[in-house]
Ligand binder design. Structure first.
Ligand SMILES: Cc1cc2nc3c(=O)[nH]c(=O)nc-3n(C[C@H](O)[C@H](O)[C@H](O)COP(=O)(O)OP(=O)(O)OC[C@H]3O[C@@H](n4cnc5c(N)ncnc54)[C@H](O)[C@@H]3O)c2cc1C
Length: 375
């Protein structure tokens, strides 16, 4: 255990904790990150590695996603994290979905995006079922990294280049500055940021309980497509337009939702929407679904995966892809907010991403929190 005191202790080595370590270390602070696991194992390595801008809720969330995307690009370069894809094609299978995209384009968020006619989709790559689409929206903003490699590389960059200390396999039992009580002894730190992911019970449970949180379970798949054009950006479709608030809050989304309820009620009932991103080896990460419970069951019924693959088949040509890997992930979910910053004292912050946006917004949130702590 390090005997020297730190300026900042961060609990949690997911993207949220690492983002806080980065923001503080860049200000010259001596930082320690403490995590109970030997290696990254939470939501941060189970996600798509999809830094989503277009579709995030208008206002703060969208602005944070823009800022975080810039930091991702900069840090990926320094940390040797490959950016595997850029941009996003949101496919409108239905005219009602196209109307949502048209309304989106009229907002500030649509500035650098464009509507693509089905006949022009070949410009972005082959293999889409373009003839059955009503249109698509192209966004240049997104980047995609392979989370299971990116998160360890980000941690290594922080340790090697920015002198951040990591204490792994170390459970934090109490976090009240200037001291952490851990399973391996005390750690002294002037300030503390707790980024516990979806663990609501270990640290400051009474503070976290006030937010009425639950958990969300998601199904994810890795598939081998028979063919997939490497030029294609990340893909989404109609089901995402009623889930991602940047689209879902457009007036036209109401009619789309009614149509989807009639035509794809089972998909909506399981919170299924489609994201398809490509990995370096040519496989695709495809998902996902959303089931909410304080303790989600650990089971992954095949029927839910079938709904995800059904939507995939409406977007991409060719025979059904071979599924090579399946996993579930969980994240914190709040009834009324996408993230929360709790402030028990001047030197203590509890930061939870309470929606599926942490990969896309944590860097910006961390800059704000560290700015608050250090002025
Ligand atoms: C399947 C899936 C798909 C997703 N897709 C996207 C996406 O496309 N785009 C996007 O932006 N976001 C996405 N998300 C959401 C995003 O992954 C999360 O918001 C984000 O990873 C949360 O990061 P975190 O650091 O808060 O939590 P985590 O990654 O869960 O990390 C929390 C860490 O805290 C540690 N910890 C907790 N308590 C203690 C303690 N007392 N002592 C020591 N260590 C402790 C845990 O061991 C863990 O390592 C997705 C999430 C999932 C699950």
């Amino acid at each position: 255990m390090p005997s020297r005191p730190f300026d900042l202790a961060v609990v949690g080595a997911g993207i949220c904790g690492l983002a806080h370590a980065l923001a503080a270390a860049r200000r010259g602070k001596r930082v320690v990150v403490v995590d109970r696991d030997a290696q990254a194992n939470g939501a941060s390595i189970r996600n798509f590695g999809f830094i989503t801008v277009t579709g995030q809720q208008e206002g703060e969330c969208w602005q944070r996603a823009m800022r975080s995307r810039d930091i991702w690009v900069e840090v990926a370069d320094r940390a040797g994290i490959p950016v595997l894809q850029r941009g996003l094609l949101t496919i409108a299978r239905r005219p009602a979905a196209r109307r949502v995209l048209e309304e989106f384009l009229e907002t500030e968020m649509g500035r650098e995006c464009r509507l693509v006619e089905p006949g022009n989709l070949g410009t972005y790559g082959d293999g889409l079922r373009s003839e059955s689409f009503a249109g698509a929206l192209y966004s240049p903003h997104e980047v995609r990294v392979e989370s299971r490699e990116a998160i360890p590389k980000l941690a290594a960059y922080l340790a090697e280049q920015l002198d951040v200390t990591f204490l792994r396999e170390t459970v934090v039992h109490a976090a009240t500055p200037p001291r952490l009580e851990t399973s391996r002894g005390p750690v002294e730190a002037e300030a503390v940021v707790v980024c516990p992911g979806d663990d609501f019970h270990t640290l400051h449970p009474e503070r976290i309980a006030a937010y009425g949180l639950t958990r969300c379970k998601l199904h994810m798949l890795r598939v081998w497509p028979r063919r997939f054009d490497e030029r294609l950006p990340a893909l989404m479709s109609d089901l995402g337009l009623v889930r991602y608030l940047g689209y879902a809050e457009r007036p036209a989304a109401k009619a789309l939702k009614q149509q989807l309820e009639a035509e794809q009620g089972e998909h909506l009932g399981n919170g299924v929407h489609l994201i398809v991103v490509r990995s370096a080896d040519g496989s695709l990460v495809v998902g996902d679904s959303h089931h909410y419970a304080p303790t989600p069951d650990p089971f992954a019924p095949e029927g839910v995966d079938a709904l995800i693959l059904d939507e995939y088949a409406h977007i991409l040509e060719g025979p059904a892809p071979e599924v090579t890997e399946r996993w579930i992930g969980t994240y914190a979910s709040a009834p009324d907010r996408l993230m929360l910053i709790d402030r028990p004292s001047d030197a203590l912050r509890i930061v939870l991403i309470t929606s599926g946006t942490g990969a896309s917004t944590s860097f910006a949130i961390a800059e704000e929190v560290i700015g608050e702590l250090y002025g």
